[in-house]
Design a protein around this ligand. Structure first.
Ligand code: FAD
Length: 405
């Protein structure tokens, strides 16, 4: 038997391999990752690792010797170049080939580049890989003025760390509010103020025209409003592009990600796709979604492993996410929609509250700040399929945790 080959050696890939072994899968399992690292977790890169509170060993998904102990072959620093679906083989950049019975694509995503002059100057960074984080962390030790382009999760997490490290931080954001794609307007207002309290300055509804420098080093960011913001460090966090090219070249269906069905199978029944690269149906969304989160990567990996171990079930895990920004832990359970109605539980002035988002009158998503009990309760509710109506949540004294109990 050729077994399972997994393309990518990130969070989803590592989980799939480990879950295959947990589920009793006996044939060979091989991970091929183009980074030169053993599988590691990305979330601490913009949080504890960037703050100097976690070392590289703490990032590992598992200790490297555990893979060997489980008879999982991890090939790092190697790129899968092509898939030959007819012969069920992948070809590697080194010239070798690997045969598979089943192929799992866990190719993740890459950062969207800032398409302006000066984006390649020294001092301009993006943050996706451990290598990016090593270089950025080193630069942060001497930086005085940081400009963050993009007020998404990663940009804001970095802004909080940079402010804590003593940098003056300015954030340039094309939208009118922070985390606009992901959180409710109420939550955006709260987090913008929380960052201002840390000393962060925002420029909303502005883009970047160019970055200029002296002696090859970034020195100024020029914005669409004519502003020139001084910077000795620029971090670009303007979203990601799913790595679909390998799948596309093999003739698999792709869109905003590699398209899968509810079982996470691609248009070829011998190939699954999971994690940041996959666009899949979800009972919590109106159509296929591509979710960039650890929960999605690990739960999809477990679901595919279960299927390959003979226990198939459609994927339907509850989506959840977290982000740490300064003293605030944001946790999100469920998926919000732009036209959601909202209600707030708790008192935002205490820094502990939740925004309840309603879709067609029923609770669909809860965004919590420093209120883990609400987050956990919402995950249970979504799991059970029985979320309360807006009228119930609006009842004075309503308590989400008590409602679940
Ligand atoms: P990845 O982790 O991106 O792994 C894919 C791997 O495949 C990469 O190493 C890539 O190089 C490799 N690859 C691609 N193509 C090939 C090929 N052809 N051959 C070989 N290898 C290939 N999520 C949260 O839920 N909470 C957080 O707080 C959070 N914080 C984050 C902070 C940062 C800085 C980043 C970057 C991400 C964060 N995320 C967070 C998102 C989370 O880390 C991702 O959703 C998760 O890593 C996705 O896992 P994955 O395995 O699908 O993709």
């Amino acid at each position: 038997m050729s077994g399972v080959v997994i393309v990518g050696a990130g969070q989803a890939a590592a989980q799939a391999a480990l879950s295959l072994r947990d589920g009793g899968y006996q044939a060979p399992v091989t991970l091929v990752g183009e980074e030169s690292e053993q599988p590691y977790q990305r979330p601490p890169l913009s949080k504890a690792y960037m703050l100097g509170k976690a070392d590289e060993a703490a990032l590992r998904v598992r200790q490297p010797d555990l893979y060997a102990a489980q008879d999982i072959r991890v090939v790092t620093g190697e790129r899968v170049e092509a898939i030959d679906r007819a012969s069920r083989r992948v070809s590697l950049a080194c010239g070798g080939e690997l045969a598979y019975d089943h192929l799992i694509l866990a190719t993740g995503a890459r950062n969207r580049a800032l398409p302006v002059r000066g984006a390649d100057l020294d001092g301009v960074f993006m943050l996706r890989t451990l290598e990016d984080a090593r270089r950025l962390r080193a630069r942060l030790t001497t930086a005085r003025r940081a400009v963050v382009v993009g007020a998404g999760f990663i940009g804001l997490e970095f802004a909080a760390v940079a402010a804590k490290s003593g940098c003056a931080v300015e954030v340039i954001e094309a939208a009118e509010r922070v985390m606009a794609r992901a959180v409710s307007p109420f939550m955006s207002v709260f987090f913008a103020q929380a960052h201002r309290d840390m000393g962060v300055v925002f420029h909303f509804a502005e883009g970047v025209l160019a970055i200029t420098g002296a002696d090859g080093e970034a020195a100024e960011v020029h914005t669409t409003s004519g502003r020139r913001v001084a910077a000795d460090l620029v971090v670009v966090g303007i979203g990601v592009i799913p790595n679909v090219e390998l799948a596309e070249a093999a003739g698999l269906a792709t869109g905003n990600g590699i398209c899968t069905d509810a079982d996470l199978l691609t248009s070829d029944p011998s190939i699954s796709a999971i994690g940041d690269c996959a666009s899949s149906p979800s009972p919590f969304a109106d159509g296929p979604v591509r979710i960039e989160s650890v929960q999605n990567a690990t739960d999809q990996a477990r679901a595919v492993a279960r299927r390959l171990c003979g226990r198939p079930a459609p994927y339907g895990a509850v989506p959840w996410f977290w982000s740490d920004q300064g003293a605030h832990k944001l946790q999100i359970a469920g998926l919000g929609r732009p036209d959601d109605e909202t209600l707030v539980l708790g008192d935002p002035s205490t820094g502990r509250f939740s925004v309840c988002r309603f879709h067609r009158g029923r609770l669909a998503c809860v965004e919590s700040v420093n209120r883990a009990a609400d987050h956990m309760a919402m995950r249970k509710l979504l799991q059970s399929g029985g979320t309360p109506s807006m009228e119930v949540v609006a009842t004075p004294g309503f308590d989400l945790k008590a409602f679940v109990a």
